[in-house]
Structures are given as structure tokens and as C-alpha cells.
Design a protein around this ligand. Structure first.
Ligand SMILES: [Zn+2]
Length: 342
């Protein structure tokens, strides 16, 4: 089985995002939001069959760990109340996708975060998504202010209620920012990669892994700048008397393969131990075009892994086994959802 650990519902029926616009407009005007729109199963099927499912089949992958559109989380918009209603709507839609296509999609939750609001307010939504929906992870936004970094770093005890909940449910968090509202940080070209790099750096300089020895984080987009600058981070850990970087982070931090060229994949596989790499493409997402140098989509990342000079056993870890290990509830969820199909 080939498991893509990083996919977002970027093709959701249009009325879903339309309601979000109306919700924020109503909030700004001091009005109540309109009722949520009706979205039929047929509309959801159409949005998936012509999108993510089509690409799974074309590219030869089997299962996508699926979450709401990351840029659409918009934690800098509205307030705690609008974030709660929006996260609830987005997660319900992911649950419906997973119910309609139980062999192809397993859910990950978006959190109702807001800048300056304690992440404690996310706990009930995490419980709901794990207990009612069978989701296997969360996306944790280290910068709910959308590019201004106004909340404490991930090393701060501010985030500990979420970490306690992750350990309780045995679910990992993907460190994933949302839309940038800072014009100096392009959302997918800078803010995402900055978020990955900053999140890693905050965690390595923390007591989080001492306090939560079994907690697991995925740093997406190939780890931002981390693998390329592994020597810098090793040196910083050494200078700060933190010990070896590998001892410090590799039980708890994992990297995905959303890197859109072969030299980047080669570097990732050379620097990061194979046990810490999870296959991912983030399709259909940030980069949708075809690379004229290869004739293939930039985000068709399976092609790169296929070409890496690794053993079949190592590739099997990247494609499947590591995801089953990092997402502690994944194997049971795959079995339970497969049983639904019969
Ligand atoms: Zn993403």
C-alpha cells in the first residue's frame, strides 16, 4: 500500500468556501452567520472522483491522509467563535469524504485556532474528530496570526494542552501554517516553508520531547529549510549544549516528501534517516503545473521516490510502514474503513 500522508480537500464544492466568506462578512458586520449550505453526496463524489481520486489512480498511490484546505483555515480571520464553526464545517466535510471513499481517504482534523486564544479551546474538536470521525491526526498551526508570529513558540507550555491531547489519543500533529496575511510572506512560497523551519527550530530548542517522550510531529514540505541546513541545526544544538541533534529530535520529528524536484528528494533521503521520512505529495495543492524539464507534474512525488537509490525495504518504509508507525491509529482505521466497503 502506498500512503500519501499529506493531502488537502482543495476541490471542495464551491458553496463551502462561499459560506466561509459570508460567515466572515457577517462577523465583520456584527450579524449572525447564514445557515450552512447543503452539500450533496453527489457533489462531494464529483469533486473527489475528478480530482484527488483520479490522481491517486494515475500515479499509483492508494490512500491519502486527508485534511481541510490548509490556506483556507484562516485562523487570523474572525474570532474564536467563527474558527470553531468553520473548523467544525471543514472537518465534517472531510468525514463525509472518508465515509464515501473509505478505502482511499483517512481524516486529519483542522483545529479551531485563533491568534491570542489559548489552544485549549481546540480540545473538544480534537476529541470529536478522533472519537466520532475516526481521524488519525491534527494539523497544528504554529502561527494563527497568519504571518505575524504573535503567539508563543511551540516550545512554550501555552501549547501543552494540545500536546497532552495528542498523547492521550496517540495522534501526531503536522506543523502546518495557513494563509499569510503578511504581504512580505507569500503563502505557499515563503510562509509555509518558514513555518516548517520555525516549527522545527522551536521544538528542537524545547523540553517538549522530555515532557512528552512519545509525541510525534510531522514537518511537511520536506522539512522546509531543515534538511538543507542540517549542519547549522547540529551546530546550534552543540553550541547550546543540547547534545546530538539526532538524539534530540529523531524519536519525535518526521519529514514528509513534498519536495518538487529530484535533487531535493536526494538531499532529503541523504540527510534524514529513512525511518523519519513519510511519503507525501500535497496534491492537489500548492504547485499544480507540469515541470517542462521532466514532462511530469511537480507534485507527482512518487516518481522521485521510485528513482532514489534506496532498497525496496527502505522505500516500503517511506511509502507505508513509517506512516503506520507515526499515525498510531492509522492501521486500525484502515481496517475499520475497509470493513465498511466489505
Ligand atoms: Zn499542506
Amino acid at each position: 500500500m502506498i500512503i500519501d500522508c499529506h493531502g488537502h480537500y482543495t476541490t471542495a464544492p464551491r458553496q463551502h468556501e462561499g459560506w466561509r466568506r459570508e460567515q466572515i462578512e457577517a462577523h465583520t458586520a456584527g450579524r449572525s452567520p447564514p445557515p450552512r449550505p447543503t452539500i450533496s453526496d453527489a457533489e462531494i463524489r464529483q469533486s473527489i472522483e475528478g480530482g484527488q481520486l483520479k490522481l491517486q489512480r494515475e500515479r499509483g498511490t492508494d490512500l491519502t491522509i486527508f485534511s481541510p484546505r490548509a490556506a483556507g483555515m484562516g485562523h487570523h480571520l474572525g474570532d474564536a467563535g467563527t474558527s470553531e464553526a468553520w473548523a467544525s464545517a471543514c472537518n465534517e466535510l472531510i468525514y463525509r469524504v472518508c465515509s464515501l471513499f473509505p478505502k482511499n481517504f483517512v481524516g486529519v482534523a483542522m483545529l479551531p485556532q485563533s491568534a491570542h486564544v489559548s489552544p485549549r479551546n481546540c480540545l473538544s474538536e480534537i476529541d470529536r474528530c478522533v472519537n466520532e470521525y475516526g481521524f488519525v491526526g491534527i494539523n497544528l498551526n504554529p502561527d494563527p496570526s497568519g504571518g505575524h508570529w504573535r503567539d508563543p513558540p511551540l516550545s512554550d507550555r501555552y501549547w501543552y494542552p494540545v500536546y497532552e491531547k495528542m498523547v492521550e489519543h496517540d495522534i501526531p500533529a503536522m506543523v502546518h501554517v495557513s494563509m499569510s496575511c503578511n504581504p512580505t510572506h507569500h503563502t505557499t512560497g515563503a510562509h509555509y516553508l518558514n513555518g516548517d523551519t520555525a516549527g522545527f527550530n522551536q521544538l528542537m530548542n524545547s523540553s517538549v520531547f522530555k515532557d512528552f517522550p512519545t509525541i510525534k510531529f510531522i514537518i511537511p514540505h520536506g522539512g522546509g529549510a531543515v534538511p538543507y541546513h542540517w549542519g547549522r541545526f547540529r551546530g546550534l544544538a552543540q553550541d547550546a549544549n543540547l547534545g546530538l541533534l539526532s538524539d534530540l529530535v529523531l524519536e519525535n520529528i518526521f519529514f514528509d516528501t513534498c519536495v518538487y524536484h529530484m535533487p531535493g528528494q536526494e538531499l532529503l533521503a541523504k540527510v534524514i534517516p529513512v525511518d523519519n521520512i513519510l511519503f507525501a505529495s500535497e496534491m492537489i495543492g500548492a504547485v499544480r503545473g507540469i515541470d517542462p524539464e521532466t514532462g511530469h507534474h511537480y507534485d507527482d512525488t512518487k516518481r522521485y521516490i521510485d528513482q532514489l537509490p534506496l532498497s525496496a525495504a527502505d522505500k516500503a518504509k517511506i511509502f507505508e510502514a513509517n506512516a503506520r508507525c507515526v499515525y498510531g491509529r492509522l492501521s486500525q482505521t484502515i481496517e475499520r474503513q475497509a470493513a465498511k466497503v466489505g
